[in-house]
Design a protein around this ligand. Structure first.
Ligand code: PBG
Length: 326
């Protein structure tokens, strides 16, 4: 085995997987106002920015060749309600941001998150009944309106991350009926009730709203893997164009099973907690940030992912470019 590993040329010739800028999706947090950048203490290097600043970030992404952004809104606490009405406001933060991005950077893919947690006063991804249980079909009715508002604003991809049953089919039907036949659906098909989302909830300000509430009645049990394949099969049957596994690194076995079994465009989300772990270790001098991040992203490719949503997208794109010009 070592003969082939001996020299760089033969290592390159037998290399099975490659990470490229085409594999990267950059998640961004947007807030209202102008000239605003807020730091997120648990996610060093990632900020919440107002639209003017986001357009600067988008320009960098375009220059680096990153194919798409995934938008996450930070909603003013005064706009959060039990019924999440702000989620489908046609002039809300997300639709305004999408319009501005598509106008300035028509070639940059814009992916919007379809879920109610940024908009609910209780921090759940859906509407709750008097017992606090997240109601499936009542939530879907709102998700459909939210997806339509995003599509109307020009979103290229809507990404339901709520884990209600049947939402992909409902959204596909509504999009088609309204003439948005080109709007793609990236379904968070296998989304786990993970504790690795902590820093994200700080970032969008839903931690306090959620309180002791958990998402275990709709997000998946980290113990399960066959169930992920059923989720993916359902979302594909309902019309998903792409599927997502989330979180990422601790769930690469799921990525591999999904890719092998279903063979559909499969993405993985290297979530906020994974980012925080790598950043913290690097900041302590315990890990080499660049090498470990690139290795982690390559591992997603080896597991079968077609792309990776990662807060390291801009760094990785710049590192890959440096490596190329050497
Ligand atoms: C919720 C949502 C979550 C993330 C993206 N959208 C987490 C949650 O279920 O609370 C997490 C992303 C991350 O941790 O980076 N719709």
């Amino acid at each position: 085995m070592r003969r082939m590993r001996r020299d760089d040329f033969s290592r390159r010739l037998m290399r099975e997987n490659q990470l490229s800028v085409d594999d990267l999706i950059y998640p961004v947090f947007v807030l209202d106002g102008a000239g605003r950048t807020e730091i997120i203490s648990s996610m060093p290097g990632v900020g919440r920015v107002s639209l003017d600043r986001l357009l600067e970030v988008a320009a960098h992404c375009v220059a680096l060749g990153i194919p798409a952004l995934a938008l996450f809104p930070v909603i003013d606490p005064g706009l959060k309600t039990p019924g999440a009405e702000e989620a489908f406001n046609p002039d809300g933060l997300v639709p305004r941001t999408v319009r501005a991005l598509k106008q300035q950077f028509p070639g940059l893919g814009v992916i919007t998150d379809v879920a109610l947690d940024p908009y609910t006063s209780h921090g759940q991804d859906g509407l709750i009944d008097t017992q606090g249980y997240v109601m499936n079909d009542a939530t879907i009715a709102v998700l459909v309106q939210q997806a339509l508002a995003h599509a109307e604003a020009g979103a290229d991809v809507v990404a339901p991350s709520d884990m209600m049953d049947g939402r992909v089919g409902a959204i596909r039907n509504a999009l088609d009926a309204a003439g948005y036949i080109h709007t793609r659906i990236l379904a968070y098909a296998a989304k786990y009730a993970s504790s690795f989302y902590g820093p994200f909830r700080d970032a969008v300000g839903s931690t306090a709203n959620l309180g002791a509430g958990s998402k275990e009645t709709y997000q998946m049990d980290p113990a399960n893997s066959d169930e992920a394949l059923r989720e993916v099969a359902l979302d594909i049957a309902e019309g998903a164009d792409m599927v997502m596994v989330k979180p990422g690194m601790p769930y690469l076995d799921i990525v591999r099973r999904v890719k092998d079994t279903c063979g559909v465009p499969t993405y993985a989300y290297q979530v906020s907690g994974e980012y925080a772990m790598l950043k913290a270790a690097a900041a302590n001098g315990w890990l080499d940030e660049k090498k470990c991040v690139l290795e982690s992203l390559l591992s997603f490719k080896r597991a079968g992912a077609d792309g990776i949503l990662t807060y390291f997208a801009m760094d990785a794109a710049a590192w890959l470019r440096q490596a190329q010009s050497k």
